[in-house]
Design a protein around this ligand. Structure first.
Ligand SMILES: [Zn+2]
Length: 112
């Protein structure tokens, strides 16, 4: 048995032990919480996020500089592309930006 297989087996045993302990204490198990998280991620992947400005769902996330974000966000944490564009244009300057696809920019790495 390779070291990785052995480590995975040990982790599964630990998760099982924690699940059993949490069940005895009346808490949701790690496995239950992971299933809920997976379901939430699948829902986000399917439906996208809701823009806090126009309330539409969107599935393309624009990651912009912290400086620009602070200029346009006006208290929002989630904005769609059209709203971001409108807010950037609202600054009254002509600007240009690069749009690059970021691999695996998904909820599973905490970026969304
Ligand atoms: Zn919007």
């Amino acid at each position: 048995m390779c070291e990785l297989t052995k480590a995975i087996g040990e982790i599964k045993t630990m998760v099982s032990d924690v699940d059993e302990m949490f069940t005895k204490l009346g808490f949701p198990t790690y496995t239950d919480l992971q299933a809920q998280l997976d379901a939430a991620k699948a829902e986000i992947d399917e439906q996208g996020c809701t823009c806090q400005r126009c309330k539409r769902n969107y599935r393309v996330d624009f990651i912009i500089s912290d400086e620009l974000w602070e200029q346009i966000r006006n208290g929002s944490n989630l904005l769609c592309g059209p709203c971001i564009t409108s807010l950037v244009e609202g600054r009254g300057e002509f600007d240009a930006f690069n749009i690059q696809q970021i691999e695996q920019a998904r909820a599973d790495d905490g970026q969304i």
